[in-house]
Design a protein around this ligand. Structure first.
Ligand code: Z15
Length: 828
């Protein structure tokens, strides 16, 4: 346990081993201490990795001083805390983030210079912790940054995957996945806390016991694993606050008591060790399409059970658990942590002897659920057979929650069996299974979507019966992104320009960007803004050149589509645009001189088992290799697809973009957060009326946004009437030429079979209506070309995008969570 003010030797300040405020000499001394004592090398002999690790440790040391002081201040506060439960945290690099938050960049630079070390080389040496797939994981990382910056008492809980999101390479244009062994060269940002390990149980059976006249069920588990916490410091922006991100690692317990392996056989015992450690071994690489694997349920229960125990262990010994809602809200980041609901019930009822009704009242106040999707296939459902085998007591608890809930539905609506079947937490077909989103909705005090349109569709389409039953539970919190990482750090040129114009208050008060609006009419400011964009393109080229030997064309419009590869996001629509432009030039329909020079940059990982997504990646690469080398195009159209798009690459790409592609089928993208990052960095959006695009367009204005495509009601209508993609192919000659060119084998060395599945899927299925939106998209791209021809006008629109997107700070999102859901005031 940490030292608290109630210990006999306290109160005393944390040992001031470091000079504060930090000086270059103090920083250098600590750096050398870490290099010598922790790393065991002299400066003269230190490798890049040694120097990186010592630097990281030194930065962490300074933050740790603040963390210890912060913990001492908060210890007696009894404030309500947010426990953010998320299976993913897509953190990105830590060094620059922590140097910025801790205001240590200057002393670190001076100290490294004094040691003759190239700080930029150490920056490039860092490997980002990729403990997430995409938007959901990155949102969690933005939220913990904002929670710390706003001074909200909070803990992020998750899993310390030994392997994060796979490293993507291309072989012959096709995705190949490599394991992400991110921990192998050392993990300087984390602090293992083995003394705070928790035991997590699985399997076995339940039995009923007569407890003084009341029949109680109890769980006799079959096997245990140990959950060891690894803590990451989450510094607020220069406010002395440091929160904790606690990630759990699975280890075999000392006496590993998995009965099936317990034959007294040494080899079996070692294998059992591997079995336990498998639980935190690897991040599942599916974004939005869970595969329903047993190990994934083990991961989910593993981290939430450890987290709940951990949090309860922080309360005073004699704390009355009936008052738990005064002290904590567990925020469920999608359905992944929802097994926490029956777990808290089990702890309260079985371990603490609380009456069921009281425990249920407590539980309902302690949880809130964020839904991040509209895709039915993304809503997790666990077969009863599996849940009963892995967590038999939890299944019983879910059954009872469901029984009581359905009784309440009957009491309100009568024996409307259709409705009962519709609302049951237990689905009966195709197999009996627990609907985790329904469980979360019934259990939580609030249910929120992640953009206005999404929250509305959640009420109207995904959970309508629940919205009718619990109207007061439903609310919206539009997503946001942290301005520290995605503007201040990623775009130093624009940051300086903004700060010179309006001061630096925007870093923690992003709505201040509105003060830039009048400067859109200032020619000198426009010139400076355009120069920053040009500089960002040069910087991107340095990165791309070194990383992949690629470069963006000089004077090109930089057109970017970076996000997970998913059919609903419609990378294929972008491909059809490229192919149409290419076909137009080679067929002579478009004069080369009339073609606006463009570089189209893709970044996307496909889930390893998602065959269509992988074919689309192959197609993008195939189109790129033909288009990029065809002399008839003379380099005026380029397709770049740097492999392994990640947070680090995003930080170079986004500030360099002119055009942001947000072209999902309306009604499918819950929010999007890349869309916000691009607009905030002065890219114009070409987008559908989907997710947070709607709010971006409302804020930046129609004149500064390229809207196209069907609206969600239009999509619903043609889906209802019966969608026939082949009709669009028949009617649109341009579309026909583009599809025919792909089908002809022009991008596959004449082999028509390679992309045949893509073509026939488009023509005969096209679930996401690419063909229906093609002509509107092409027309919108023509508007883009025309607008880009007026460089000064484009820059004016770009400035207005920056000035009007302050709303999309994750600080605002967190304030909304506090006001609408958590009711946890910041503490000082
Ligand atoms: C994920 O990244 C998102 C939703 C999910 O259900 C899963 Cl499993 C992963 C994304 C949404 O697709 C995206 O629209 C949203 O902006 C993001 O979560 C954060 O809310």
């Amino acid at each position: 346990r940490r030292v608290t003010s109630s210990d006999a030797t306290a109160p005393h300040p944390p040992v001031p081993a470091l000079e504060l405020p930090p000086t270059a000499d103090g920083f250098t001394a600590q750096f050398l201490r870490n290099l010598n004592f922790d790393g065991g090398v002299t400066l003269a002999d230190a490798s890049t990795n040694d120097r990186y690790l010592a630097l990281a440790r030194t930065v962490r040391d300074y933050l740790m001083l603040h963390a210890l002081a912060d913990q001492q201040r908060q210890a007696g506060a009894q404030a309500k805390a947010v426990c953010y439960l998320s299976a993913e945290y897509l953190l990105g690099n830590q060094l620059d983030n922590d140097l910025l938050a801790g205001d240590l960049a200057g002393v670190a630079a001076d100290a490294m210079a004094a040691c003759g070390i190239d700080l930029d080389e150490l920056r490039r040496h860092e490997i980002e912790p990729g403990l997430g797939n995409g938007g959901l994981g990155r949102l969690a990382a933005c939220f913990i940054d904002s929670l710390a910056t706003l001074g909200v008492p909070s803990i992020g809980y998750g899993i310390r995957y030994e392997y994060g999101i796979f490293r993507q390479t291309f072989e012959d244009g096709q995705q190949v996945e490599q394991p992400d062994a991110w921990l192998t060269l050392g993990a300087p940002w984390e602090q293992p806390r083995p003394e705070a390990a928790q035991t997590v149980s699985f399997g076995g059976r339940t039995e009923t016991v007569d407890d003084a006249g009341t029949v109680r069920s109890r769980w006799i588990p079959e096997w245990n694993v140990s959950a060891v916490p690894y803590d990451y410091l989450v510094p607020g922006f220069r406010n002395g606050r440091v929160n904790t991100l606690r990630l759990w690692r699975a280890k075999a317990t000392d006496a590993f008591d998995l009965r099936i392996f317990n034959s007294g056989d040494y080899e079996q015992a070692v294998r059992a060790q591997t079995f336990a450690e498998n639980i935190s071994k690897v991040l599942y690489p599916e974004d939005s399409t869970p595969q329903g694997k047993e190990l994934r349920l083990q991961q989910q229960y593993f981290f939430v059970a450890a987290s709940i125990r951990d949090f309860l262990g922080r309360l005073p010994e004699d704390f009355d658990l009936a008052r738990l809602p005064e002290r904590v809200i567990f925020q469920l980041n999608d359905t992944h942590p929802v097994i926490a609901v029956p777990e808290l019930m089990r702890v309260l009822v079985d371990e603490h002897g609380m009456a069921w009704d009281e425990a249920w009242a407590v539980t309902q106040q302690c949880f809130a659920y964020t839904c991040h999707t509209l895709l039915p296939e993304a809503l997790e459902v666990w077969p009863v057979e599996l849940l009963g085998r892995l967590l038999p007591r939890h299944l019983e608890i879910v059954y009872r929650i469901n029984e009581e809930f359905l009784a309440a539905v009957r009491a309100r609506f009568g024996d409307d069996e259709m409705r009962i079947r519709d609302m049951s937490i237990i689905a009966e077909f195709p197999v009996r299974a627990v609907r985790m989103a329904y469980l979360a909705t019934v259990a939580g005090s609030r249910v929120n979507g992640v953009a206005e349109l999404h929250s509305q569709l959640l009420r109207d389409k995904v959970l309508p019966a629940f919205a009718e039953f619990f109207p007061e539970k439903f609310t919206n919190v539009t997503n946001g992104v942290t301005p520290r990482r995605f503007l201040r750090l990623a775009n130093p040129g624009l940051s300086t320009l903004i700060t010179d114009a309006i001061g630096d208050g925007w870093v923690t008060d992003l709505e201040r960007l509105h003060e830039l609006e009048p400067l859109a009419e200032d020619a000198a400011f426009r010139a400076a803004f355009a120069a920053v964009k040009a500089g960002n393109k040069r910087r991107l080229n340095e990165v791309l050149q070194a990383r992949d030997g690629m470069r963006v064309g000089d004077g090109h419009l930089v057109d970017v589509m970076v996000k997970r590869l998913h059919e609903y996001k419609r990378q294929l629509l972008k491909v059809l645009h490229v192919v149409s432009e290419y076909e137009g030039v080679v067929s002579g329909r478009i004069a080369l001189a009339d073609l606006q020079p463009r570089t189209v940059l893709f970044g996307a990982k496909a889930a390893p088992g998602y065959a269509m997504a992988k074919r689309i990646i192959h197609l993008i690469n195939a189109v790129g290799s033909v288009v990029n080398t065809d002399p008839r195009l003379d380099g005026r159209l380029q397709v770049l697809f740097p492999p392994n798009y990640n947070v680090t690459l995003a930080e170079s790409v986004i500030p360099a973009a002119d055009l942001s592609e947000q072209i999902s089928l309306a009604g499918k993208e819950a929010s999007g957060t890349g869309n916000m990052k691009f607009a905030l960095n002065g890219a114009l959006t070409i987008g559908t009326d989907d997710g947070a695009n709607v709010e971006i367009r409302e804020l930046v204005g129609d004149a500064n946004f390229f809207l196209f495509g069907m609206t969600e009601p239009e999509v619903a209508e043609i889906a209802q009437a019966g969608y026939h993609p082949a009709a669009f192919y028949q009617e649109d000659a341009g579309l026909r030429r583009a599809i025919d060119l792909i089908a002809s084998g022009a991008f596959s060395g004449g082999d028509r079979s390679v992309f045949e599945p893509v073509v026939s899927n488009l023509l005969y299925e096209d679930r996401f209506m690419v063909l229906a939106d093609y002509s509107a998209y092409m027309a919108a791209q023509q508007r883009v070309d025309a607008a880009y021809a007026d460089q000064d006008g484009w820059t004016r629109a770009a400035i207005l995008n920056v000035a009007r997107c302050g709303f999309f700070s994750s600080d605002r999102s967190i304030r909304d969570y506090i006001d609408r859901i958590w009711h946890t005031p910041p503490t000082t």
